[in-house]
Design a protein around this ligand. Structure first.
Ligand code: XIL
Length: 451
């Protein structure tokens, strides 16, 4: 009797306890007997060691024993899913629908995903070329991808330097390696900004393209108004080139020795710069010789604009190349172009002409105007797509150059709002690969697609 009472007390306490407990948990007794449902689910990643292989993982949730099968989309039917990672290789370019079937309690559920494969392998997240995560420099396996910089931007660091390090392996100074900055007054050099740029590049394994030793537009006023004989002028130029190139020997891979020497006027004669006036028609050759003597390992370039749009200028450039012979290693075609011109065949003609001379090609200052007529106040998606297509076209043309003639493709800036073109043309303009907030634009993906 005493025992019976005790049992009753125990059961009552238990009931009271479980009721409180049930209430706390919002328990609904009917859930207990409902059968577990299973929903097929999987994820995949591209193999880190083979871009054509995906690693599939069954992520179906469930504590019950269910059966599962893969259909890898290779036309081979279904295979039983083994526990662990399933690796599948897709040898051919195309779209494949991968399915995972999960079967439990007579119910079959399925998840399917389309695997896209292009020439580079499986596209990460199903997004090929245009939106894959490859950096520009990694995607361009046969040439360097360059951009420009300023010492103040490098010292500010942050996202700006992150992008440089991530995307580019060639660096050009926007204006601090020009004569007016490096040699501001006679006998007194200022290499502080140039040093900062070169040091940053060397520290980050980025090639430096020295730009530009001689340019009529960046000549210091004391040189323009030089007081001395022609012979003294030439000695001064020799000293400047020798001092500068020697300073960066082994650190600057290449130099634009002379920039924009060709006049746009009829017949494209040599521009009548102070250098031509004081040193004669062969001033270009003399400057190349000074640079060659200072650093025989540096690659020496002649650089100019409108190489694609003007066949006359191209002819004049080729004459300069012929006159220089072995003193010149390559030609920089600036490529300040627009979404609607010059045409692909004009750009190709530029590359082909340089290749035919056995020289390296540098598309040295690429930017593509989206607003050449100045009628846009913001970048429309239509114009942005046309710009993307033009970037793709230019990169495709560059990429098709024989490997021994490839050198670098340099984009003249990173963010649209810092482009020199805004001041130069006085229009709103969005000519680059990144927007003002460092987001990749369609133009960026056009560049990648070109590769
Ligand atoms: C431009 C720079 O972008 C500007 O910041 C600077 O004020 C002037 O020069 N062709 C060239 C480049 O070779 O050096 C020019 O760069 C753009 C045109």
């Amino acid at each position: 009797m005493k025992i019976n009472k005790l049992i009753l007390l125990f059961v009552t306490t238990l009931l009271a306890f479980s009721c409180t407990n049930d209430e706390d948990n919002n328990f609904n007794g009917s859930e207990l007997i409902e059968p577990e449902t299973i929903q097929a689910s999987f994820s995949y990643t591209v193999s880190p060691t083979d871009p054509y292989v995906i690693q599939l993982e069954n992520t179906t949730n469930g504590t019950v024993q269910y059966k599962s099968y893969w259909d890898f989309g290779l036309g081979e039917g279904t295979v039983i899913d083994e526990a662990g990672l399933d690796e599948v290789r897709y040898n051919e370019v195309g779209d494949y629908t991968v399915k995972l079937y999960a079967i439990y309690d007579g119910v079959t559920t399925v998840e399917s995903k389309v695997i896209k494969v292009d020439e580079n392998g499986v596209c990460p997240d199903g997004l090929c070329g245009s939106t894959s995560n490859t950096s520009l420099k990694d995607a361009a396996t046969t040439f360097s991808v360059g951009t420009i910089t300023r010492s103040s931007w490098l010292s500010a660091g942050g996202k700006y330097t992150d992008i440089i390090k991530e995307q580019f392996n060639n660096l050009t100074s926007e204006y601090e390696m020009k004569m007016n900055v490096m040699y501001p007054s006679q006998g007194s050099y200022d290499f502080s900004a140039a040093d900062a740029i070169v040091d940053f590049a060397v520290a980050n394994d980025i090639n430096v393209h020295g730009h530009a030793l001689i340019w009529h537009n960046a000549t210091p006023s004391w040189v323009e108004g030089f007081s001395g004989t022609d012979a003294e002028f030439e000695t001064m130029v020799k000293d400047y080139i020798t001092t500068t190139v020697t300073r960066y020997k082994g650190k600057v891979r290449s130099w634009d020795v002379v920039n924009e020497a060709i006049d746009d006027g009829s017949g494209n004669p040599l521009r009548n710069s102070i250098f031509k006036q004081k040193m004669g028609n062969d001033y270009i050759k003399k400057c190349f010789q000074f640079a060659r003597d200072a650093d025989p390992d540096a690659l020496l370039f002649y650089n100019d604009y409108n190489m694609a749009s003007s066949s006359g200028k191209r002819t004049a450039m080729l004459a300069i190349v012929d006159g220089l012979g072995d003193l010149i290693d390559g030609v920089g075609a600036q490529m300040h172009i627009s979404y609607n011109g010059p045409s692909a065949s004009q750009i190709e003609a530029t590359a082909n002409a340089i290749v035919a001379k056995g020289k390296k090609v540098h598309f040295s200052e690429l930017d593509i105007r989206a607003n050449p007529d100045g009628n846009l106040t913001s970048l429309t998606s239509e114009r942005s797509s046309l710009q993307q297509a033009k970037y793709k076209e230019v990169v495709e043309i560059y990429n098709a150059i024989p490997s021994e003639n490839k050198f670098a493709l340099t984009v003249w800036g990173i963010r649209d709002n810092k482009s020199w073109l805004i001041d130069f043309w006085g229009n709103p303009e969005w000519p680059l690969l990144f927007d003002d907030d460092y987001n990749k634009k369609p133009a960026y993906y056009g560049f990648l697609e070109g590769l």
